[in-house]
Design a protein around this ligand. Structure first.
Ligand code: DAH
Length: 349
């Protein structure tokens, strides 16, 4: 039995197997224990002799079990050390890195350009009231221009802002001139979607107010932006257009020299006197001074989506917001070259 047991112990190649061998021989119902139970039937002399022999067997098996257990534990530890060893000289694994969304990059780029011209970057609310989205922008309820924009109405009578122009009003309401701001942000239109229309998209608004501001200042600002974005040969073109909150109003395009084509980018104009008057009314209601009437200023609003579509060759505006990684991951490669990481502080209203 000793021979057999020792073979079984040495042959156990896992701790579980060893445990079951141990139980088989030394357990409460084990073979060695069974031998001890037979002692009662023997004469005292036989019992002493046999008892000593069985106890010796028991000690030998226990010692062998302990030795085998040590061996197995040591082997397991060595295997673990080998498998978990780290070769620090191996080349590192490239972790997949995220990147800024293309629209975010265009907005950052535009913000940087205007920041360098002394503008402040301001962000503000997307849920807006009629006053700031329409009325104060010279678009009273009866105004036909109000039909130009299809609006998402909320049950409480508020709207999802249809343009970033609401921030012109919000900013002037609480800040005094002179001022130069740009406003990147989301806007919403209730309209059928197709390759060039989406119910949520982005705008980039600008507003400058002071004394003696003219259309030449507007043109200078847009031209500066055009050169910064599209190279030194960029030119600007203004064409008369109508927006209720400016007079005169003009659409502007930038000559994209590299592609030899004009890019229709947005609307602009001189801030309408009615806008200044409405802002002063709002200020007065807050107990602030009427300070805008008689001031001059210009405003503009442009579409970053269009810039991104043309620059990156993205054929459908819906790709920007579908979160399809096949689209998004294409534009993270040159992230560092176009989007500086240190951003100018922006004001959130
Ligand atoms: N808010 C206009 C729109 O959504 C764009 C615009 C036009 C903004 C002329 C302006 C502006 O500030 O002066 O279509």
């Amino acid at each position: 039995m000793q021979e057999e047991a020792l073979n079984a112990i040495r042959g156990a190649d896992t701790l579980e197997a060893l445990q079951s061998v141990k139980t088989q021989y030394l357990g409460k119902n084990g073979l060695v224990t069974a031998q001890l139970k037979t002692l009662g039937t023997l004469t005292p002399d036989e019992r002493r002799e046999r008892g000593a022999a069985i106890n010796l067997l028991k000690q030998i098996l226990e010692a062998a079990t302990q030795a085998r257990e040590n061996e197995l534990r040591q082997a397991a530890l060595e295997a673990r050390l080998a498998s978990e060893a780290i070769d620090v000289t191996l080349p590192g694994l490239a972790l997949p890195a995220g990147g800024l969304h293309v629209i975010t990059r265009i907005l950052y780029e535009l913000s940087d350009i205007f920041t360098s011209l002394g503008y402040a970057v301001v962000e503000g609310q997307e849920v807006e009231d009629e006053t700031h989205n329409f009325d104060a922008l010279n678009m009273p309820a009866w105004h036909p221009a109000r039909d130009l924009q299809d609006t998402f109405w909320l049950e409480n009578g508020q709207v999802l802002r249809t343009h970033t122009s609401n921030m012109q009003i919000r900013y002037m309401e609480t800040h005094e001139p002179p001022l130069k701001i740009v406003v990147p942000g989301r806007v919403y239109r209730y309209e059928a979607t197709d390759a060039t229309h989406e119910s949520m998209f982005h705008q980039f608004e600008g507003l400058v107010v002071g004394e003696g501001i003219t259309m030449a200042d507007l043109k200078g600002a847009i031209a500066e932006m055009g050169r910064a974005m599209f190279g030194k040969n960029a030119r600007v073109r203004f064409q008369p257009s109508y927006y209720p909150f400016v007079e005169p109003g003009a659409d502007f395009a930038i000559w994209w020299d590299q592609e030899q084509r004009w890019l229709e980018l947005g609307g602009s104009g001189m801030v309408h006197p009615n806008v200044f008057r409405a802002v002063d009314d709002l200020r007065e209601a807050r107990g602030l001074t009427r300070i805008y009437e008689g001031k001059t200023g210009f405003a503009f609003g442009l579409g970053p989506n269009r810039i991104a579509m043309l620059r990156y060759g993205i054929p459908d505006i819906r790709y920007f917001y579908a979160n399809d990684l096949r689209v998004l991951t294409q534009f993270r490669g040159d992230l560092n070259s176009t989007a500086p990481h240190a951003r100018a502080p922006k004001e959130t209203m």
